[in-house]
Design a protein around this ligand. Structure first.
Ligand SMILES: Cc1cc2nc3c(=O)[nH]c(=O)nc-3n(C[C@H](O)[C@H](O)[C@H](O)COP(=O)(O)OP(=O)(O)OC[C@H]3O[C@@H](n4cnc5c(N)ncnc54)[C@H](O)[C@@H]3O)c2cc1C
Length: 427
């Protein structure tokens, strides 16, 4: 079998792997990027894809530096200027005016104008980001792009790792696993994970709705899980949105079996009045929600990034943003190593990466759980939050706002006392 030597092999050309491969190629490394599937070509007239991501301003900045952001905007993206979160008023609470008023005050809205920013972020379909990245890699021309190509096995010794594909062998002093939550690369080097399955799954529904197009994303928390709306682009005069409906798997099975008319009725019953007037729900899909964290981020000459290293509750849409932060950190360390003609798989470099990224990823996982439980009105940790003085479910506590802003990617940092508190929480 043909064998080719590279500096770095990236397994997985999802958004994180492709962006990292581009950054490393630009730094002068010889990179091979492999994926079991070639990216689907993007057509401007196609209706929105089911998989969409809220891209934070930090991720946008990095994609701009890589020269990819223009390609995303030219395809399509939807800026959102406002973001709202609140708890559903239900039963007796909604009947008693004083309590209903208190509950209404629990609505937290962030507005780009207040933060003196043009927008809070962009909703982008995942295939749009992927195809813009792939185009940039092809235009650069230096990385070897192998797709479709599936990892068959991986072995390593002190000098290098060997990646075996169906019809060829790749060797490199560093292999980057960017092959997602079920990473085969991670399994090949026997890195274990700790994981927690949440009780709810997420049903994502693409909906067509009446004008006007929306510039707000919102999330209403209910005792059975949040219900969210994300604005999507207007295509040929048709406004689109993406709904996320968290519920127990059994209820989502029932909803998924409904025909489109019945599903639209169920959505209208369950979603709040903020929902624009719906015209169709042509596509939906289901995603289990799991929190997973690899026990270590590297072993020998293999290092994990993105979902291969960690998955978090998609509630506030931060998984991809965290993956991009991993990629930025590793690319910065590897760019320095390139300048010093260092070994890309040196253990000191891989340890420095984990030392920087693990605490940040853990903090975001905890903030997300705090955000999730802090707004749910039936979860035991809420009691813990109250005891900790983080405020009642219905109050506009500054602490809760701080956690919400961080969890939603509006603030890149938490205050020192909040960091300390979060690191101590048994969530
Ligand atoms: C419902 C839902 C909503 C979400 N919303 C948001 C959001 O709004 N914002 C946000 O930041 N995040 C969001 N996320 C999380 C986000 O989608 C993920 O964190 C992100 O896609 C991870 O990117 P990745 O490149 O690490 O992995 P992946 O996207 O999983 O890519 C892995 C790649 O590896 C390839 N691959 C896998 N195995 C092999 C193999 N053996 N050989 C070769 N190639 C292989 C796959 O084909 C794939 O291309 C959401 C997640 C869910 C479930």
């Amino acid at each position: 079998m043909k064998s080719t030597a590279y500096d770095i092999v990236v397994v997985g050309a999802g958004m994180v792997g492709a962006a990292l491969a581009l950054a490393l190629t630009r730094a002068g490394w010889q990179v091979a990027l492999i994926d079991r599937a070639a990216p689907v070509p993007f057509e401007a007239s196609q209706r929105p894809d089911l998989r969409v991501s809220a891209i934070s301003s930090g991720s946008e900045r990095w994609l701009r530096e890589l020269g990819v952001w223009e390609g995303i905007v030219q395809r399509r993206s939807t800026p959102f200027r406002r973001m709202s979160v609140w708890e559903q008023q239900a039963g007796l609470l909604a009947q008693i005016p004083a309590l209903a008023q208190l509950s209404a005050r629990a609505r937290t809205t962030f507005d780009a104008a207040d933060l003196k920013r043009p927008q809070l972020g962009h909703i982008v379909e995942n295939p749009v980001t992927q195809s813009a990245l792939w185009e940039a890699l092809e235009a650069d021309g230096r990385a070897t792009l192998l797709a479709p190509a599936t990892l068959v096995s991986l072995t390593q010794d002190e000098q290098q790792a060997t990646v075996t594909l169906k019809d060829q062998i790749l060797t490199a002093p560093l292999v980057i696993a960017a092959d997602g939550a079920a990473s085969m690369t991670r399994q090949q080097v026997s890195i274990g994970t700790s994981s927690d399955q949440y009780q709810q799954h997420a049903m994502v529904i693409t909906v067509a709705h009446e004008a006007p197009a929306q510039d707000i994303t919102w999330q209403m928390f209910t005792p059975t899980g949040p219900r969210a709306y994300l604005p999507l682009p207007t295509i040929d005069g048709q406004c689109w949105g993406s709904l996320v409906w968290y519920h127990d798997p059994h209820t989502l099975d029932r909803l998924a079996a409904l025909d489109e008319t019945a599903l639209l009725d169920a959505i209208r019953d369950a979603f709040p009045e903020e929902l624009p007037r719906l015209q169709g729900a042509p596509a939906h899909g289901r995603f289990p929600i799991a929190r997973q964290h690899a026990h270590q981020y590297s072993k020998g000459r293999v290092v994990l990034v993105g979902d291969a290293a960690h998955t978090i509750n998609p509630l506030a849409g931060q998984g991809l943003n965290l993956g991009f932060q991993d990629a930025q950190c590793l690319s910065r360390l590897l760019t320095q190593a390139r300048r010093q003609q260092g070994d890309p798989g040196a253990s000191g470099l891989l340890q420095a990466y984990e030392q920087e990224r693990r605490p940040e990823n853990t903090l975001m996982m905890t903030a997300m759980d705090l955000f999730y439980h802090g707004f749910s009105n039936r979860h035991p940790p809420l009691k813990l939050l109250r005891n900790l003085g983080l405020g009642l479910a219905g109050s506009l506590s500054p602490a809760r706002n701080e956690v919400a802003r961080f969890a939603m990617g509006l603030d890149g940092h938490l205050s020192r006392p909040m960091k300390t508190l979060l690191r101590r929480l048994p969530l």
